[in-house]
Design a protein around this ligand. Structure first.
Ligand code: CUK
Ligand code: CUA
Length: 622
């Protein structure tokens, strides 16, 4: 391999540890080989003998990363927070699943939220998107879909925790999720699976012609579903134009089939351009049908609302089953990746309104390689597209693609191998109007031989690629194993987030219980209410005596003001683990149905007296 061949021409002896490829790049960076002696300051030493043109991705002990990456955890149901460029996983935010590490799904509030959202024990999170104001991340919320159960969740980025989930009516399989730009006035949930609507067992369940899929628009504050649009075909991913006029979705199965063979029969599918103001005018005018309490606008091709010059949805024909779609930072183009076709389709946004035939809004169709799935941007006019089948990332020039003939490969600048089979790729701040253009992560589906074998389920491989040097080209700098299975991500500069260090008790619904204010009261024949504090190294009560069959409502305030000083309430044999962070108050309700003595303990290691931090729950027989 090229990297090993340096010995032949003596490069290795010139600079031990410098690979030949890097040597050549280093030379280019200073304008020639003669500058070699002076170029070492441009190089970073990764400490493992390799020298690279990229800035160091290794963050030294005690220092912090420059970016937060939020990754959808796929079938794990969570959102991961990873520091960039180190790729260190900082924390996981449970969304659709219980998580004892966070006490999520164990206290009353989060448990009730999960129950009201359907009571499912998992979700399938793909696309975390951060709220924006004026076209830039405002650090307030992240929104993420649940493809498995047709839901959308909101994560409060002050506390890095899920604070709302909506079960979207008329939608099974919420795939794309995206905030309306530039100010997050709506959240869009893209319905993938076609079902009868309403899907309540009425009508002919076997007739696919009676099935449909909807786009859902959700209010970002109330999380109410405001309206939906019924369309032809399955939808897939989505992204919005930067000024908020259009929301684009890709899709497959324009055939309306129910088998793989049927779904791939025709050569064309389409990108749908939803005209948001036009849809809102239709809702305003009462041009909808209310189904499961949601106004549903008919956006199918033959809908009366789609005839004439002012359709609610424009169907832009593209080759076979386009998958990813993303709008360029300058809002000129929406680029759809071909999936089953080797091209991407470059749609000029301001042409959509002008052309008679929607197909004429496609102004470029570069040939990129096999299995193009998703496209990210560096803000310098380049696009980066993942090639699932070729296991590559291809960098190409957007304007060149507009100039070139359809099917031309001339816009392609460079390809780099990834390992293996990338789904999404994402560049820092790529979804904003001003991408940073330095790092890119390729979220690879297969890792095969890249890590120590750990049994039949291999880790995913999230690969870090430096894209900040157009001269030197893309450089793959790190493999990072990931728990199954990241799909999409949003990367946000750390300056745009301001997470709390402790809770603000005013943000919480439950009353604060300070030391000396603890109470234990029988409020009913079989109901006991406890309000107490926790601190190093005790709970408000050393023991609590109840009677078999009692329902216990236990509310606990962590009165610590020191950040990072967590305590919890773990109760053996009662399935209770309630984390309480500094200045937080939480409540858990459970039944004491087995007489006996139970040692309540703190499961977060909080001090040298952590093991002594206990209380006894004494359950007397009836
Ligand atoms: S994604 Cu959801 S199937 Cu390509 Cu945006 Cu992975
Ligand atoms: Cu408190 Cu351990």
């Amino acid at each position: 391999d090229e990297q090993q061949s340096g010995a032949e021409d003596g490069f290795d002896s010139l600079l031990p540890g410098l690979r030949r490829r890097d040597f050549m790049k280093a030379g280019a960076a200073v304008g020639g080989l003669s500058g070699l002696a002076g170029c070492t300051s441009l190089l970073s030493d990764e400490g493992d003998g390799t020298v690279s043109a990229a800035p160091s991705h290794s963050v030294p002990p005690g220092e912090v990363d420059e970016y937060y990456a939020f990754l959808g955890g796929g079938q794990s149901g969570d959102v991961r927070v990873v520091g960039l460029p180190s790729m260190r996983e900082l924390i996981r935010i449970p969304v659709f699943q219980r998580d004892s590490g966070r006490g999520y799904g164990h206290d009353d509030e989060s448990r009730e939220m999960l129950e009201e959202a359907g009571g499912y024990t998992w979700g399938d999170t793909h696309h975390p998107r951060i709220s924006q104001t004026d076209g830039d991340y405002d650090g307030r919320f992240a929104y993420v879909n649940d493809k498995a159960n047709g839901r959308m969740a909101r994560i409060d980025l002050t506390y890095f925790e899920t604070d709302a989930i909506v079960d979207i009516p008329n939608q099974q399989g919420t795939h794309g999720s995206c905030a309306q730009l530039p100010d997050t006035d709506l959240i869009f949930g893209v319905g993938e699976f076609r079902t009868p609507i309403p899907n309540d067992g009425t009508g002919d369940l076997h007739d696919p012609d009676k099935y449909g899929a909807v786009l859902a628009a959700i209010d970002p504050e109330s999380m109410n579903v405001e309206w939906e649009v019924l369309v032809d075909g399955n939808m897939d991913n989505g992204d919005g134009s930067k000024e908020g006029r259009y929301f684009f979705t890709t899709g497959y199965n324009s055939e309306g089939a129910v088998t793989e063979k049927g779904m791939t029969r025709s050569d064309r599918d389409n990108v749908k351009a939803f005209d948001i103001p036009r849809i809102e005018a239709a809702v305003e005018a009462g041009d909808y049908e209310r189904i499961n309490e949601v106004p549903v606008v008919d956006g199918r091709k033959d809908s009366p609302l789609n005839q004439g010059d002012d359709p609610v949805v424009r169907y832009i024909p593209t080759p076979k089953s386009p998958h990813g779609i993303s709008v360029t930072p300058d809002n000129e183009y929406a680029i759809a990746s071909g999936k089953l076709d080797p091209t991407a389709s470059v749609i000029q946004i301001d042409k959509i309104d002008e052309v008679d035939d929607p197909a004429d809004a496609i102004v470029g169709q570069p040939k990129l390689g096999l299995g193009p799935l998703h496209t990210a941007y560096d803000g310098r006019g380049h696009a980066y597209t993942s090639l699932f089948i070729d296991s590559q990332v291809v960098k190409w020039d957007i304007e060149e693609a507009v100039e070139a003939d359809a099917g031309s490969e001339s816009p392609v600048i460079e390809k780099i191998d990834v390992h293996y089979n990338p789904g999404h790729l994402i560049a820092s701040e790529s979804y904003t109007e001003d991408p940073a253009g330095d790092w890119l992560i390729s979220l690879n589906k297969l890792s095969k031989d890249r890590f120590l074998p750990v049994g039949p389920q291999h880790p995913e491989n999230d690969q870090l690629i430096y894209i900040g040097d157009d001269e030197a080209g893309m450089e793959h700098v790190k493999d990072s194993p990931a728990h199954a299975e990241p799909h999409d991500a949003s990367i946000c500069h750390r300056s745009k987030l301001d997470p709390a260090k402790t809770y603000d008790p005013d943000d919480l619904d439950l009353d604060y219980t300070d030391e000396g204010e603890e109470t234990m009261e029988r409020v009913d024949d079989d109901r006991v209410e406890i309000e107490m504090y926790s601190t190093r190294n005790k709970y408000g009560f050393q023991e609590m005596t109840v009677t078999e069959g009692d329902t216990i409502e236990m509310q606990v305030t962590n009165i610590e003001t020191t950040s990072d000083m967590l305590h919890s309430v773990a109760i053996p044999d009662h399935d209770v683990h309630m984390r309480v962070a500094p200045q937080e108050t939480r409540k858990v309700t459970f039944t004491a149905d087995e007489p006996g003595v139970y040692w309540i303990y703190c499961a977060h290691f909080c001090s040298a007296l952590h093991l002594e931090m206990r209380s006894r729950l004494i359950v007397e027989p009836e």
